[in-house]
Design a protein around this ligand. Structure first.
Ligand SMILES: [Zn+2]
Length: 215
């Protein structure tokens, strides 16, 4: 059984970036672990809920979403904000611990050109860990959330799983009240299908793209 780990800076990045691919991997019997790094409790997408309460709400939403997609294991590191002093070091330590223990064959994380600062920091940390500490060859792939990938190198046809992806995004109720992440990302997944000139992929489909990262 192939073991994969998804690194999700906030509780909804996994589903937005690669929800269709997760459901597809599940149908192929992969063992999928998702590491959620921050609580996303200062999310500008919902300022009506007090941060400590929002943290709990978002964890519940992530668990529901994980269940819909078929994620086997969810691990919440529960950092509040990694941009504060010394937090990055702590994240580094915990990530290193979990990645060494889980020993995945494939790691998925936000691609390195993501503009969102928290995503950027977490991807950098994870790639440093992979370079310095993981003495095996895991394949690493970047997924797209806030910033589209300029030169994608892996394409996943998620057409059969698109309704599951939509349902899983809608499970993040606190987030979609202010922003229609479902429409935004499914629009991008449609765009990928329409504008990619790849044999056997017709325009009616939905595609998630990835960037293979060499370290
Ligand atoms: Zn995020």
């Amino acid at each position: 059984m192939k073991k994969i780990v998804i690194i999700s800076p906030h509780p909804d990045d996994d589903v937005i970036g690669m929800g269709g691919t997760i459901a597809k991997f599940k149908s192929e019997n992969y063992f999928i672990t998702c590491l959620y790094i921050t609580q996303g409790c200062h999310s500008p997408s919902n300022v009506k809920i007090e941060p400590n309460h929002l943290a709990k709400v978002r964890e519940k939403e992530a668990k529901k979403s994980a269940l819909i997609l078929g994620i086997d294991q969810t691990i919440f590191l529960r950092f509040k904000d990694i941009k504060e002093n010394n937090q990055a070091q702590k994240v580094h330590k915990e990530l290193e611990f979990h990645l060494s223990k889980l020993h995945p064959e494939e790691i998925y994380l936000p691609h390195p050109q993501e503009q969102h600062l928290t995503h950027k920091i977490i991807t950098e940390l994870s790639l440093n860990i992979a370079k310095s500490y993981l003495n095996y060859n895991a394949s690493i792939f970047g997924y797209e959330v806030w910033t589209p990938i300029i030169n994608p190198t892996m394409f996943m046809d998620i057409t059969s799983f698109v309704e599951l992806k939509r349902e899983a995004i809608l499970a993040h109720k606190s987030q979609i009240e202010e922003k229609s992440y479902d429409e935004g990302i499914l629009g991008l997944n449609r765009y990928r299908a329409v504008f990619l000139h790849i044999n056997k992929i017709n325009k009616e489909r939905y595609i998630e793209v990835f960037e293979r990262i060499s370290i």
